[in-house]
Design a protein around this ligand. Structure first.
Ligand SMILES: Cc1ncc(COP(=O)(O)O)c(C=O)c1O
Length: 394
């Protein structure tokens, strides 16, 4: 860890014990035979796929899910040839040969894509495993009705294609405590799955619909596999999900945040009363103030909307962000944080002393969701795995 940290002005710490705890929480909750796919797209929701993917597998994940061909190829290099990898997002037909070579399972929702994938599989000389996406009301990816039947027929008619799964994605499961729409989506999915299975030989195909919120709240959505993203990282999908979990008396289901984001102060200076700080002279010192410069900006993923709104932690104290967040740095008012020097640690997300700033809190300041806050932490910042040992010898 020391070598990784040397010279880094900002870094992300990954608590592998917390990751293992969260995975185990889902394992304990999973109904029957359901498998667990760890969703590690978007650089493992910003946590660092190179650190998270092997740790999730070691903690018992059965599959890994990514969003694109590029993510799939790079994950294949990280985890080796044996681990099943599902690509949830769009892969253009030009990428099919590379996907088949790397044994990536693709999500498809277009009969012509099935033909193109079969042709690529023939050329490469190995079967392509596909997951059919069923449209149930999110109106994002997926097919329903006649188009779904046509896709099923094409898959059935191409021996190069193996049906590995059938899936859908809920539109309105995190944002509400009324889950009627999700229930209707589940019914539509089960009907669509039966239609496809009537046409395609599919003994091994997995039905999968559940994201974190569904997996936590509704065992009837677990089916053959769940796809858990945000809560693997110890974050509740939303306040509504937490409320719904309480209503269902799931007090024992507990999640531990995996990520902390830290930096070292680049400079600390005293500015006189009346001095302006930052672009646009957007903050003015009402008293003589100690200003710290944090070497992180919107390029690194600390959103500009946090200007004048957020706090960081320094020596266990909250210090407000003052002035505008710049491309690669922002300023904080450390006047009430005691004796602070350049080189001292500040915590953007995580704990310091008795204080904690959660990704949810940062999202609230930025007017967005915590999914966006963590997934946009720049991939170039080092991800430091914290040791699994109880003393966490960092
Ligand atoms: C298709 C699909 N499945 C599963 C997930 C995981 O959702 P969550 O992070 O809410 O668990 C996502 C996330 O966006 C997704 O797009």
């Amino acid at each position: 860890m020391k070598a990784l940290l040397a010279g880094a002005s900002s870094w992300v710490e990954i608590d592998l014990q917390a990751l293992g705890h969260n995975l185990e929480a889902f394992r304990t909750r999973l109904a029957g035979r359901a498998r667990l796919a760890a969703v590690v797209k978007a650089n493992a929701y910003g946590h660092g796929v190179e650190v998270v993917a092997p740790a999730a597998l070691a903690a018992g994940a059965d599959l890994l899910a990514v969003v694109s061909l590029a993510e799939g190829l790079s994950l294949r290099r990280i985890v080796g040839p044996q681990v099943p990898i599902v690509v949830l997002g769009h892969v253009p037909a030009a990428g099919f040969p590379a996907a088949v070579e790397a044994d990536l399972e693709l999500t498809i929702y277009d009969p012509d894509a099935a033909d193109a994938l079969a042709a690529a599989a023939r050329r490469v000389g190995r079967a392509a495993r596909v997951h059919v996406k069923i449209e149930t009301g999110t109106h994002r990816q997926g097919l329903a009705g006649e188009a779904l039947i046509e896709l099923a027929r094409r898959i059935a008619g191409r021996e190069e294609l193996e049906l590995a799964g059938l899936s859908t994605h809920f539109a309105d499961i995190e944002d509400t405590t009324d889950h009627d729409f999700a229930r209707r989506q589940l019914e539509a999915f089960l009907a669509g799955s039966r239609e496809v299975r009537a046409l395609v030989e599919s003994a091994a195909a997995l039905d999968h619909v559940a994201c974190s919120a569904a997996a936590i709240l509704f065992p009837e959505t677990h089916l053959d596999m769940v796809r858990v993203g945000i809560s693997l990282y110890g974050l509740w999908p939303s306040r509504e999900t937490l409320v719904s979990a309480r209503e269902r008396h799931l007090e024992d289901f507990d999640l531990q945040p995996v990520l902390s984001w830290k930096a070292r102060l680049a400079q600390v200076k005293t500015v006189p009363r009346g001095a302006w700080v930052g672009y646009g002279r957007s903050w003015r010192a009402g008293r003589e103030s100690r200003i710290g410069v944090v070497p992180v900006g919107y390029y690194e993923g600390y959103d500009r909307s946090l200007s004048g709104r957020a706090h960081v932690l320094c020596h266990g104290c909250r210090a407000p962000v003052v002035g505008r967040v710049c491309m690669n740095m922002f300023m904080v008012d450390l006047t009430d944080a005691g004796s602070v020097q350049a080189g001292d640690e500040v915590v953007l997300i995580g704990a310091s002393g008795a204080e904690r700033i959660s990704a949810e809190e940062v999202a609230g300041w930025a007017g967005t969701i915590h999914y966006e806050i963590v997934s946009r932490i720049h991939p170039a910042l080092p991800r430091i795995p914290l040791a699994l040992s109880p003393d966490r010898s960092a």
